[in-house]
Structures are given as C-alpha cells and as structure tokens.
Design a protein around this ligand. Sequence first.
Ligand code: MTE
Ligand code: MO
Length: 195
Amino acid sequence: MEKGMLPPGQRLAKGWPVSHYGPVPRFRPERWTLQVFGATANKTTYSWTFEEVTALPKVTVVADLHCASGTSTTGHTFFGIPARVLLDLAPPAEGVSHVMAWAEYGYSANLRLEDFIADSTVMATHHDDEVLTAEHGFPLRLVVPHLYGYKGPKWLRGIEYMTQDRRGFWEERGFHNIADPWTGRRHSYQEDEGP
Ligand SMILES: Nc1nc2c(c(=O)[nH]1)N[C@H]1C(S)=C(S)[C@@H](COP(=O)(O)O)O[C@H]1N2
Ligand SMILES: [Mo]
C-alpha cells in the first residue's frame, strides 16, 4: 500500500484513540485461557494458559487500523502469534469455513477462514515494542489489518470453528458481515448489493 493512502471515507485520527463497547476487563492470569472450540477435527476443546501462549511463535506485522466510524490510524507495529498457527495446533474439522473470535464479556466477530489465516492476521501481545496496554487489548488482541476494526477483538479469549457463518456482535447490529474498508463495505444494508 502506498504510504499515507487511506480507504475511501476514512480520515486520519490523532494518536491512537481507544474505542470499544463496554468496560476494560481486568486480566486475571490464573483464570485466563485462550480456547479453540467448535468444529475441531477431534471434537475436543483446546486450551492454553497465558504462559503457554507466550511460548508460541511470533511475527511482526506493520498495519493501519480502520474504524468503521471513519477514523484510521497508521503505522502500527504489532508483534504476536500468527492466527494461522492455531490451525496447526488445533486442526479444524472438514468443512470449517468461518471462525468466531470471542473476547471478554461476550464480544464477538465472525471471520471467513481465509481472512483469519491471512498472512497479516495476528494475535498481538505487543505494539510498537511495548506490551499492549489494557485499553488496546492486553493481554491478547486479534488484529485483522485488511478489515474494519470491529473484526479485531481486543481481550481475545477464544476461537470457535464454524462450518456455517454466523454474525458477531457488530455484524448483528447493522455492520457489514465482511467489513472490507477498501470497498467501503461498512453497513449491513450494503449486503443487498452482494457479499
Ligand atoms: N473486545 C472488544 N474488542 C473490540 C471492540 C469492542 O467493542 N470490544 N471494538 C472494535 C472496534 S469497532 C475497533 S475500531 C477497535 C478499536 O481499537 P483501539 O481502541 O485499539 O483503537 O477495536 C475493536 N475491538
Ligand atoms: Mo470501530
């Protein structure tokens, strides 16, 4: 992408604003797990402690973030676990086409499997060489740079494998099921024009 280029209808925000629905959850390491469940190949639920998650392979991804309300922030450096690593650790059943990414307090976002396993989709633990702040999703935050921000839950706790699509939190509340900022697929009424 050309430097400074923003998707249609987006304007650059100052700094890195915090935006989410509801309160910032407190991290309780002794109770925290990341789970993969739903349509796994062997029908079991996988669970990792935070310590186990920190031992997983990590990558660096430079990304811009685009909120569907119209603000963007650019030049973020995220460090974390490539989302597709989960598919090796917790093989999906045949026919898994979508995932639901679950966060604290029941926030959720549905993703097509190809969006979830994209090269730049990362479960971030760090931002610009620092541990994520609580407001931005500590201890784990899904980042899907090629989709609007609501597809990237902060305070990520689980990935549900799905053999059929199902709408997540904002997708049920008038936001687009695909959420591609480059084609401006922002609102659910635009789905009448095609997927
Ligand atoms: N758990 C949770 N994650 C969330 C949200 C939320 O309400 N809850 N909002 C999303 C939306 S709409 C955006 S634009 C980004 C904002 O991330 P930021 O506060 O780090 O800028 O977080 C996303 N992740
Ligand atoms: Mo957003």
